[in-house]
Design a protein around this ligand. Structure first.
Ligand SMILES: [Zn+2]
Length: 336
């Protein structure tokens, strides 16, 4: 019996005949369970519902009232869904505003596909890193993240749909290198895509070198906040290496600069590797009623009209907001 036949027989015996194919190459994980990439449709791939900037040391769910956050976020999410958003990806990592039970309530109340993450955030001078990063190996840290994917986050059964980590400008610190390395190991074990908040273009290159050393393809990496690097040559090089390049800071003040970045990528025939989002939201813990919550509408009200006015076709716009996120967030091991 070859391996394939064995797998077919053993899974059929377990009564889950269709599951292996689904898990092999066709799944995106939301807080309410797996969906097919084709069901993601219009996706905002980097947004936030909740953020607490106190740092890992002081982080606690007791610092906010989840019902208040729910009530504040709900109308913004309903609004953007009504405008055409189908999938909402929340990029707040652990110790910075990841509250998966809150996210599940919001997913159920809005009908949005809502995706959360596993991983640790190493940027801002490592303020948001928990102490185990300094005492554990990459393998031990990865084991924690892999367990979240296999068993669910914090006993909820809710699973992450990607890995979120972060670094400042190059050179990366030892702890930042370790979380990227842990992300590489987690990717190999789970197929979860690795989104890395990145200070600058040199840091983005360092990340790929760490992934390569573990045998992970650049196709598994999303360069989060590529717009922070103003030298477009870095964007082009990363995309030519097949990394995802995310221009994810679209807001009314940055429409034109992001259009210019996308025009450059289009001129280099690299639109297959770009992602676009807003990094908008969120209930800011510690401010009265969450402070100034920014809506998620700019891509619909200003950015897509600006893309059209600058010659982007309907199929190019669909690629950026539908086809690319479906490929980027499909759960699949991508080896170098
Ligand atoms: Zn963000």
């Amino acid at each position: 019996m070859n391996r394939k036949t064995f797998l077919q027989k053993s899974t059929a015996a377990a009564g889950i005949l269709l599951l292996p194919k689904l898990l092999a190459d066709d799944v995106v994980m939301t807080v309410t369970g797996p969906i097919r990439p084709a069901d993601m449709k219009f996706t905002l791939e980097h947004e936030h519902v909740l953020a607490d900037f106190i740092g890992a040391k002081g982080y606690s769910r007791d610092r906010y009232n989840a019902d208040e956050v729910f009530a504040r976020a709900l109308p913004f999410l309903k609004d953007v869904k009504q405008r055409g958003c189908v999938t909402f990806i929340d990029c707040s990592p652990a110790y910075l505003g990841r509250d998966v039970l809150l996210f599940k309530r919001l997913a159920e109340a809005t009908g949005l596909n809502f995706i959360t993450n596993t991983g640790y955030y190493g940027a801002v001078g490592e303020k948001f890193l928990p102490p185990q990063v300094y005492t554990e190996t990459s393998e031990q840290i990865a084991a924690r993240w892999i367990a979240e994917f296999r068993n669910g986050i914090e006993g909820t059964g809710i699973k992450p749909g990607f890995i979120k980590t972060s670094v400042d400008n190059a050179p990366l610190t030892e702890a930042q290198r370790k979380v990227v390395d842990s992300a590489a190991l987690t990717h190999l074990a789970t197929g979860l895509t690795i989104a890395i908040h990145t200070g600058n273009g040199e840091a983005a290159k360092e990340e790929l070198a760490i992934l390569k050393a573990r045998g992970v393809s650049p196709q598994a990496r999303i360069w989060v906040h590529a717009q922070n690097e103003t030298d477009k040559a870095y964007h082009v090089e990363a995309a030519q290496n097949k990394s995802w390049v995310a221009f994810d800071g679209v807001n009314p003040e940055t429409v034109n600069v992001n259009i210019a970045y996308l025009q450059n990528m289009k001129a280099h025939k690299l639109l297959d590797n770009v992602l676009v989002s807003q990094d908008s939201g969120w209930y800011n813990v510690g401010e009265p009623n969450g402070g100034n919550y920014k809506d998620y509408n700019c891509i619909f009200t200003q950015f897509i009209p600006a893309l059209k006015a600058n010659g982007f076709t309907a199929s190019e716009i669909d690629k950026i907001f539908i086809a690319n996120p479906a490929k980027a967030f499909a759960i699949r091991v991508r080896k170098f």
